[in-house]
Design a protein around this ligand. Structure first.
Ligand SMILES: Cc1ncc(COP(=O)(O)O)c(C=O)c1O
Length: 346
């Protein structure tokens, strides 16, 4: 591949984009020794993007550092976005809006996950959205989301507002640039720690995280395989979304898109069969992370990512692996019934 660069060179390239500091970066890269021992030997590390600071953290904080400048440059006074009831992305957009002094409104998709009980409908992310000052209206998963957002934006403009639409999952080129940056961080931290990383595993959904990491490692000339764990029960769909953003990022880092696309790996089989649902492996991953490493993973995203790491490690897929903890921890309160707490009143 042409045009690889060092971490400083990649950081410099990223610095040509507008960026507003929102999070606590670099996030830590920590060993998971007890998990590695439990798995029978691989060296396992965690990149703590769950602890990225703003609004209880998560992977969208990196994306929003690059999305927000565009919103402000466009003169926006309100961020408009969409997501499910327990969307981590919406929560981080609401937090970013609060921090930037903007309003936030979102289209809440109430019927993608088949839950109406009060744990799901009122705690965790949705509680935080409103705590950060966001307002919402409801839409259905069967609605044309883009058209709905355009309609809401038009209504706001007619009321004299200046909305900026943050894409679903903050998944676009700007959002992906945040993960180019994460790749540079990981490379620098691994080198300082004397760690040779061969694989990185994380929960993948709307694609920006995985696309940014693949492009970032490729730009650095690092042979780190990024394994996205499908959380949608639709690995082909996830792969398609990663591909779309990766093509745009290839341009950013001046690499041929073809070889980059060949590096996209999305593993199915750990999604519990549906978005927002958990199975035994999901719950086991939550318990293992908590009891071996005091690490909190949520059943919608990060526990599925970790279940993937556990399953693939048992299948002998890697010896030196980083688990990217993408966040999602506020959602655990909406899912406490998985551990016998609270009552499902739906
Ligand atoms: C906690 C968490 N992990 C992983 C993901 C997936 O990241 P991406 O949408 O960039 O593929 C999300 C997306 O919302 C998330 O909230």
């Amino acid at each position: 591949m042409k045009n690889t660069r060092d971490a400083g060179g990649l950081a410099q390239l990223i610095s040509s984009h507008g960026r507003i500091s929102l999070g606590h970066f670099p996030t830590a890269l920590e060993p998971l020794k007890r998990l590695g021992k439990w798995l029978g030997g691989p060296s396992v590390w965690v990149k703590r993007d769950d602890a990225s600071g703003m609004g209880q953290g998560g992977n969208k904080v990196r994306a929003l550092e690059f999305v927000l400048p565009e919103a402000l440059a466009a003169g926006a006074d309100i961020l408009l976005t969409s997501g499910v009831v327990q969307s981590n992305s919406v929560r981080q957009v609401a937090a970013a809006a609060a921090k930037a002094g903007l309003d936030c409104h979102f289209a809440m998709i109430t019927d993608r996950v088949d839950r109406t009980d009060s744990d799901y409908a009122q705690t965790g992310n949705v509680f935080l959205d409103h705590l950060y000052g966001a307002t919402h209206e409801t839409i259905s998963v069967s609605d044309d989301r883009a058209a709905m957002l355009e309609r809401i934006a038009a209504r706001m403009r007619a009321e004299g507002r200046k909305p900026y639409i943050v894409p679903y999952g903050c998944a676009n080129r700007l959002g992906g640039i945040g993960y180019l940056n994460a790749a540079a961080e990981i490379a620098t931290q691994a080198e300082a720690l004397g760690v040779t990383v061969t694989h990185l595993v994380h929960a993948s959904g709307t694609g920006g995280t995985q696309a940014g990491l693949i492009a970032g490692f490729a730009a650095l000339g690092l042979p780190i395989d990024v394994i996205g764990i499908d959380i949608d029960a639709d690995p082909a769909g996830v792969k398609g979304r990663v591909t779309r953003i990766l093509r745009e990022l290839a341009n950013e880092v001046d690499l041929d898109p073809g070889p980059l696309e060949d590096r996209i790996v999305v593993e199915g089989g750990f999604s519990a069969g549906a978005y927002g649902q958990a199975d035994e492996r999901t719950v086991d991953a939550m318990a293992i992370a908590a009891r071996l490493e005091a690490l909190t993973v949520d059943p919608v995203y990060s526990a599925k990512g970790l279940a993937g790491l556990i399953g693939l490690s048992k299948a002998g897929r890697f010896n030196h692996v980083v688990f990217l903890h993408t966040g999602g921890t506020p959602a655990i309160y909406a899912y406490r019934s998985l551990f016998g707490y609270g009552s499902r009143d739906d």
